[in-house]
Write a protein that binds this ligand. Structure first.
Ligand code: ADE
Ligand code: ZN
Length: 339
């Protein structure tokens, strides 16, 4: 008998690039609205390009498609579409990354991108029941001085960001280059995260912890190559934001069956399940939960633990975290396995 799939738990999504939620249909709609000629014949032609060999092959398409985002309304529409879908996926709190520097580099003022996203985030709890936080991610394949300038501009304009992150092409662009950026962010009272160990070596994870003093690591899957680091991550309860479908689509792991998520659970690592760039990688957070449940036969208690870890690793207020942990416990207790 095929095991019945469990529903996905209520959770926090804490590794999500809002620009990675641009679905092909919305790309075409925004291009038409803005009079942009896309280099794709039609939706099918665009979808056919969603085959990646590594992180860079994805980033090339991701940055190119961003070109359709021109006005505050475009950023708002993208954000609203994600929240609407996330609400059906069980997301109760989201900490969303955006790449304001990437938009600035193509001539879109920070005010346009940030205001467009924030106008929708402000109403998210009321409209979708999802509490939110915005993370400004900086591009590690651009000069560190440029990132610092953009951060200063974001601070000067009072952008309502809760944290900074570090993303884009990882290999050859180590965290150690961004010490001053992270020092400044902490001084400004911001929390900190960084992509490390997605494709890069475990030493990048160590640098992010020791030099950038990050609160959590995005991806971090290459930590398994360094047993002493795994021990440290467990001991210090450092959260790792895991994105299973992303790792497979970007060929960071060979197949879902070979994804290290079960080993990470066995080690006692603090891990959450996230979608990263759902429009590009074949699914939202519920699709990621469903996939790991299907492939690894996770129990309801294990799914609940992943959801609890996502909430505990979030930057939501203590009150909100307690409320959401209660929801996960109720979900865990409601299932047939709990009886
Ligand atoms: N930017 C958007 N998605 C990313 C990812 N998975 N890794 C690094 N940078 C990104
Ligand atoms: Zn990411």
């Amino acid at each position: 008998m095929v095991a019945e799939l469990l529903a996905t738990p209520p959770c926090a999504e804490i590794h999500l690039h809002i620009e990675g939620t641009l679905e092909p249909e919305l790309i075409f709609e925004l291009a038409a609205r803005n009079g942009i000629d896309l280099p794709y014949a039609d939706l099918e032609d665009l979808r056919a390009r969603y085959r990646f060999t590594d992180l860079q092959s994805f980033l090339d398409l991701y940055y190119s498609n961003m070109d359709v985002l021109r006005t505050e309304a475009d950023f708002a529409d993208m954000t609203r579409a994600y929240l609407r879908r996330a609400a059906t996926a069980g997301v109760r709190h989201v900490e969303m990354m955006m790449d304001p520097q990437a938009h600035l580099l193509r001539g879109i003022p920070l005010e346009t991108s940030v205001r467009g996203v924030c106008a929708v985030l402000e109403r998210s709890e009321e409209e979708f029941g999802i509490s939110t936080g915005l993370i400004a991610a900086f591009l590690r394949d651009r000069p560190a001085a440029e990132a610092l300038e953009v951060l200063e501009e974001l601070l000067a304009m009072g952008a309502p960001i809760i944290a900074i992150g570090l993303d884009s092409a990882e290999v050859g662009n180590p965290p150690s280059w961004f010490v001053e950026l992270y020092r400044r962010a902490r001084e400004a009272g911001l929390r900190t995260v960084a992509h490390a160990g997605e494709e890069g070596p475990p030493t990048y994870i160590v640098e992010a912890l020791d030099l950038l003093l990050v609160d959590r690591i995005d991806h971090g899957i290459t930590c398994l190559d360094d047993p002493a680091l795994v021990e440290r991550l467990v001991r210090e309860r450092i959260p790792l934001t895991i994105c299973p479908l992303s790792n497979v689509r970007l060929q960071a792991v060979e197949s879902l069956a070979q994804h290290p998520l079960p080993q990470m659970l066995d080690h006692g690592l603090n891990i959450s399940v996230n979608s990263d760039d759902p429009a590009y990688f074949g699914g939202y957070v519920d699709d990621n939960f469903r996939t790991v449940q299907e492939v690894f036969g996770l129990s309801r208690a294990q799914l609940a633990r992943l959801a609890e870890d996502s909430i505990e690793a979030s930057f939501a207020s203590a009150g909100r975290r307690a409320e959401l942990l209660g929801e996960v416990r109720a979900w865990a207790a409601a299932g047939p396995e709990a009886a």
